[in-house]
Design a protein around this ligand. Structure first.
Ligand SMILES: NC(=O)c1ccc[n+]([C@@H]2O[C@H](COP(=O)([O-])OP(=O)(O)OC[C@H]3O[C@@H](n4cnc5c(N)ncnc54)[C@H](O)[C@@H]3O)[C@@H](O)[C@H]2O)c1
Length: 322
């Protein structure tokens, strides 16, 4: 059987890495991973992830910035691509106050280039959107039909991605699917995310700020569940699901931050020094998604609880030499 060519953008990132690792283990795919290896967080961590992927002969990495169309075109000139998974983006909410330009460059210009590439290559595109597009909601669980008002630039760029994808589907018949991911955590995670900031603070005995006095609630979703869903999406044959269909990717189990932190401390065996501070304007108070639609699509019934997910995460954290 001829191997399918899959392009994964943001392959050195948290989700991109795990997804590449999974599909490389199946052996039916040739994976082209691209990433600009920017220094938003540890470049060593990104390179360590890539070193694991590079051991597989079906993986090719190229350092490319998706905001540079000429580099994309040049690299893919003589290559066929069947499916694109777009994970490359400037992530993070607070950083959008410091460096708004990087969100415009990667999340808008870069995303437009990926849509163009999908058009040129006649490839199917699955892209990462975000739960942050919902803003603050009153009704829970949040269904894909809920309208939201975005509270920060990151969220606005993701909302615009969905609109652009819709235009490309309607005007050029590009098969696309958008995934609204809710707070993904796990091994090899992003150091700018709360759980790893806490683990690093525990390790170094540092004091860490806990925003909104810890009253936030998040629909934490373990990376293994996310990868299982992504893999099942890769296997879907029917075109009808790629009409810019949008899916929430979440465990559907909202958890208060303080409980999440307590579980981290229990698994680490040490407490974290916390300074409770006020909420920032750009932050969402509560996320709790409905996962009915995605569960039906991929026939998934169970999600891993955060006790188990955090135990695995802490084990990895203790063994990783950062
Ligand atoms: N992790 C989560 O909880 C979460 C939640 C919602 C949405 N998402 C979305 O999922 C995707 C993956 O998130 P992640 O947590 O793996 O983030 P990540 O930062 O670990 O991965 C993104 C990768 O993209 C690369 N990148 C950024 N800009 C690029 C560019 N212009 N060209 C090429 N590469 C570029 C980065 O170097 C990084 O390795 C992102 O689109 C993010 O917005 C993640």
């Amino acid at each position: 059987m001829k191997k399918k060519n899959i392009l994964v953008t943001g392959a050195a990132g948290f989700i991109g890495f795990h997804f590449c690792k999974k599909i490389l283990s199946v052996k039916n795919y040739k994976v082209f991973g691209i990433d600009n290896l920017n220094n938003y967080y540890s470049v060593k961590l990104k390179k360590d992830r890539l070193n694991i992927l590079k051991k597989n002969i079906n993986f090719t990495f190229s350092k490319i910035d998706i905001s540079e169309m000429n580099s994309l075109k040049k690299f893919f000139l003589n290559k066929n691509i069947d499916i694109i998974f777009n994970f490359a983006a400037q992530a993070g909410v607070r950083y959008s106050l410091i460096n708004p330009e990087s969100y415009i460059r990667s999340n808008l210009k870069g995303f437009l280039n990926i849509l163009e590439l999908a058009k040129i290559k006649k490839a199917r595109l699955i892209y990462a959107s975000s739960s942050s597009i919902y803003g603050d909601q009153k009704k829970f669980p949040i269904s894909e039909r809920s309208n939201g008002i975005q509270k920060n630039l990151y969220a606005s760029t993701k909302a615009l991605n969905e609109q652009l994808a819709n235009l490309y589907y309607k005007n050029f018949d590009i098969p696309v699917m958008g995934l609204r991911l809710f707070t993904v955590y796990g091994e090899w995670g992003r150091p700018d995310m709360l759980y790893l900031k806490y683990l690093n603070a525990i390790k170094k005995g540092k004091v860490i700020d806990l925003y909104n006095f810890g009253k936030h609630t998040r629909d934490f979703t373990y990376i293994k569940d996310v990868i299982e869903i992504l893999y099942k999406i890769l296997l879907i044959k029917k075109k009808k699901y790629f009409q810019n269909n949008i899916f929430n990717i979440c465990s559907g189990r909202p958890t208060n931050l303080l409980s999440f932190i307590k579980c981290l401390e229990k698994n680490y065996g040490k407490k974290c020094k916390i300074k409770k501070v006020a909420k920032q304007k750009i932050e969402i108070l509560k996320t709790h998604g409905s996962n009915t639609k995605i569960k039906k699509l991929v026939k998934k019934t169970k999600f891993i609880n955060y006790n188990e997910g955090l135990l695995n995460t802490v084990k990895w954290f203790k063994s990783y030499q950062s």
